[in-house]
Design a protein around this ligand. Sequence first.
Ligand code: ADP
Ligand code: MG
Length: 682
Amino acid sequence: IEFVQVLRMPGHKDKKWEESPPAHVKSLQTIQETKKSLPIYPFRKDLIQAIKDHQVLIIEGETGSGKTTQIPQYLYESGFADDGKIIGCTQPRRVAAMSVAARVAHEMAVKLGNEVGYAIRFEDCTSQRTRIKYMTDGTLHREFLSEPDLASYSVMIIDEAHERTLHTDILFGLVKDIARFRPNLKLLVSSATLDATKFSEFFDDAPIFRIPGRRFPVDIYYTKAPESDYIEACVVSIIQIHITQPSGDILVFLTGQEEIETCQEMLQERVRRLGSKLAEILILPVYANLPSDMQIKIFQPTPPGARKVVLATNIAETSLTIDNIVYVIDPGYAKQNNFNPRTGMESLIVVPISKASANQRAGRAGRVAPGKCFRLYTAWAYQHELEDNTVPEIQRINLGNAVLTLKALGIDDLMHFDFLDPPPPETLILAMEQLYALGALNHRGELTKLGRRMAEFPLDPMMAKMLLASEKYRCSEEVATIAAMLSVNGAIFYRPKDKIIHADAARKNFHAPGGDHLTLLNVYNQWAQSDFSTHWCYENFIQHRSMKRARDVREQLVGLMQRVEMELVSGITETVNIRKAITAGYFYHVARLSKGGCYKTAKHNQQVTIHPNSSLFQDLPRWLLYHELVLTTKEFMRQVTEIESKWLLEVAPHYYKPKEVEDSTNKKMPKVAGRSRPDGTN
Ligand code: ADP
Ligand code: MG
């Protein structure tokens, strides 16, 4: 690949850093030395003083300066947790919350879960002793339901504020409000980039504490021509760097686990072919569902003579800092959740990143030495095709969940909620309509009894409704299993490239008539019958780790179901009830068969396609519901189940009119012979 260098991103250095040791000796430093070498260290006293002087403080500092790992420790050492109160710190990403907590526990030489812990959805690794608690922003949002004044906290740090996730944005409004009547609660908003002024204005002109950064210059290279296959381009660039460039680790930004695995396999293959001509290369993936033993590996120092290649999602853009990165490869894409309020369709799509993101990524190359960033797009594309900034999540995703939680907190007038950037009114209205159709709100927009019970679950409103409806349909045990299986982050079915035929055959054995939800139930039940055996998973190409997680999630859901006094029932043999319960939650996600084996969404006539991994891929039922949409080459429906249109009138009479679900028969269409997996899908 031919690259052209276009510009050099200047470095900057505070005088204080002149004596800091060069990068290559870093691995020999003790923990104390490492802590002292972080840019934030010389400012710790001033910082603590500023926190004592002000109730709300905005902290700005370059990524990797030590904000996330050090500030809670400084606060702890300064006595902010002495009276049994907790120092809280939110993170937009689960992996970051876990990984940072583990790091801080290590730095403080305590066991994770004791003085330092973390809490993420479905996983609470804290105890009575916990004084520093990392958590996702979504988890804190839910904590407001049980503790509206956050009484157990002395300090709350809203960290990585620049990421502007939906939950972080809502937290801004909530914490600003409680700070008014809890003068002893300290509030810190910490951010990597230049939004500090905006945050300060929002928090009634709170002072900004800037941590001077240290960054070496980074040379930016662009491709001469656009690259059609960026994974291939990544692999080639990695090898090029490895052969032609001096030592230093490589960080590659990809959009998700599947891409990372593909890239990893291709790279391993290429390295194998080049054989002993190459110096050793260590390939390390980082993504949201990476098991924690693998997470530790990315932070281990590279052995002398070898080179580390980290294949990461956006998580390495600002949330996680991996030391000794000198080269960054940036294909310019990220995966994003997008919602179209007009069609009510929400889907995961791969989109071009913003200029701000591209520059963040490039900056990762200049932390320890002058670096290089290889952008796999042209300078023209950077100038003309990338937006300046990423649109905050609140302005582009479905707000159903957020609205439900806010309503449960007693915040009724959402149009006048104190938003940093308000969501588009039509998105708010649509969320209210959706909650009304689900029965969570009444016609005055007030929370119903059902809505209150739905809010008890840390689930999307549709899934919460499905669970609650299962009681009426006498299948709550089964639906709890389905909800748990759908909530597991990470795949259930294992599909290694060299055993695809075996894996697909194994998967087919689980196929249940009716569709994917019942297939998931089938997998879980058979696993339970095997006494939750690891060996059984191995034999059946099922990911044991995902199954264990499903079991955990299921246990917690059952606990919550008992808390809202649901009756736990099971044992129905007919699947109609289970499918009706699912429909009661997911009637928004219904599609009907139209000409030529295509599907159209029931209300808005948008074209959608069954995902090739679905058990119904060749069946083509007339009516079906889907769990989610994923846009790759087409809008693919993932996890689909066959339904009967007349159920829609039963479960959502205020949403569907008899005319809309008219259908002379509910019989299946004849099977289409020889449909095969189209390429480019996953
Ligand atoms: P900031 O929040 O300002 O971006 P961090 O506190 O995340 O900075 O990072 C400070 C330092 O801690 C970095 O040098 C980073 O490499 C190190 N660090 C963070 N997490 C880990 C970890 N899990 N293992 C080893 N080092 C880590
Ligand atoms: Mg941080």
